[in-house]
Design a protein around this ligand. Structure first.
Ligand SMILES: *Cc1c(COP(=O)(O)O)cnc(C)c1O
Length: 371
């Protein structure tokens, strides 16, 4: 494998930042890789493959139907297109080339109109929709959401994500209730979420996931939901969906990844604590450095190592430290959300103990250079 790094002169990466699109998101298990391999090596009637894997996933997740797409962003664009186009055969192939008389406004809480690496509203526009923001940057109630609904509204969009403003925001259930009262579909973008069933059960008509994030599949996305809406999403493969086509390998890989995700035991927080205990002890021997176990702020069973630098003692700022470790011979990526407070976090899910030792050694050498 190192020959690929050599062949293209690629930089090696140690990823302690979690599921990051800029680093290639995740590394699927051998079972998923086998499914991808099988997909690459066989032919299928593609409609048959799409329909039957979708039905299989829907059974696993207790939804009416599902479809594998190329990524969550494609899922948003095609879901928006689906609720605007519906059964209009002409609009399907002319979404952006003809004036749209159908309702095309997508109402979303202003605090959900985020940039996840690309803006949510760019994906809505790709699907022929027009974002209408409800409420304020830091507040959206069911009443504020409902106040933006007009005859031009095609759907409500709810983004369930750590990227979004969390406080004073209505819940998915409340958004579903508003949608129901106005006879509108609710689309939930849950791209990075670990819960594959709740949002649908809370009343969403379409729920979107990213295949490579929590599910650890190949690059892909999942849209699950009510049968009619999923069938309109599938139909987009004859419209804008063609520009975001998913291959047979992605379809089979994600289907297997979902099954594995549901049935295989996950690394527990306690196991993560064990994996990083030597690493933390080593860090605590360094002058100006202290490390401890911290638990996920969103309440998930994830333990991380929090490293605090005494900037006066070590002679460089935490941000400079983070930058230097990225720029080293092996690029080391941390969770740097709190670098301005002198803290970084190490997520141990994507690294083994040997890599943690490398991280420790690199930090030690950097500090020695400052001294
Ligand atoms: C990652 C993410 C997306 C995009 O997912 P892709 O599969 O990379 O297209 C969309 N929405 C949110 C909230 C995300 O976190």
């Amino acid at each position: 494998m190192s020959s690929i790094y050599e062949k293209y002169n690629l930089k090696q990466v140690i990823n302690t930042s979690g599921r990051m699109t800029i680093l290639g998101v995740s590394t699927p298990s051998p079972t998923v890789i086998d499914a991808v391999d099988y997909g690459l090596n066989h032919y299928f009637e593609m409609k048959d493959l799409v329909d039957k894997t979708g039905a299989y996933i829907a059974r696993l997740l207790n939804a009416e139907d599902a479809v594998v797409v190329s990524c969550a962003s494609a899922g948003i664009a095609q879901s928006v297109a689906a609720v605007i186009v519906r059964d209009n055969a002409n609009l399907l192939v002319n979404l952006h080339s003809a004036p749209v008389n159908e309702p095309r406004e997508i109402v979303l809480p202003r605090g959900h109109n985020v940039n996840f690496g690309a803006p949510v509203d760019t994906m809505v526009a790709l699907g022929g929709g027009k974002v209408v923001e409800a409420g304020y940057a830091n507040e959206c109630s069911p009443q504020q959401l409902a106040a933006c609904i007009t005859p031009q509204t095609a759907a409500i969009l709810y983004v369930k994500s750590h990227h979004c403003v969390q406080k004073s925001m209505l819940s998915v259930e409340q958004a579903a209730e508003v949608a129901r009262q106005h006879n509108l579909p609710l689309i939930v973008d849950a791209a990075a979420e670990e819960d594959l069933t709740s949002y649908y059960q809370m009343g969403a008509d379409l729920v979107i996931y990213s295949g490579a994030k929590a599910i650890e599949g190949p690059t892909s996305g999942l849209v699950l939901g009510k049968k009619q809406y999923v069938s309109w999403v599938k139909q987009q493969s004859g419209g804008i969906g063609r520009a975001m086509k998913v291959g047979k390998e992605g379809i089979l890989g994600l289907t297997q990844a979902i099954e594995s995700y549901l049935t295989q035991e996950k690394t527990s927080g306690a196991q993560m604590v064990e994996r990083m205990s030597a690493f933390i002890a080593n860090l605590n021997t360094l002058h100006g450095v202290s490390a401890q176990t911290v638990w996920d702020s969103a309440g998930r069973d994830i333990a991380r190592a929090e490293i605090t630098f005494d900037e006066a003692a070590i002679g460089i700022s935490t941000s400079e430290m983070v930058q230097a470790l990225k720029n080293g011979e092996i690029a080391i990526y941390f969770r740097g959300y709190k670098a301005n407070e002198g803290k970084i976090e190490v997520d141990v899910r994507s690294v083994d103990e040997a890599q943690l030792m490398t991280v420790f050694t690199c930090i030690k050498h950097l500090l020695e250079k400052q001294a």
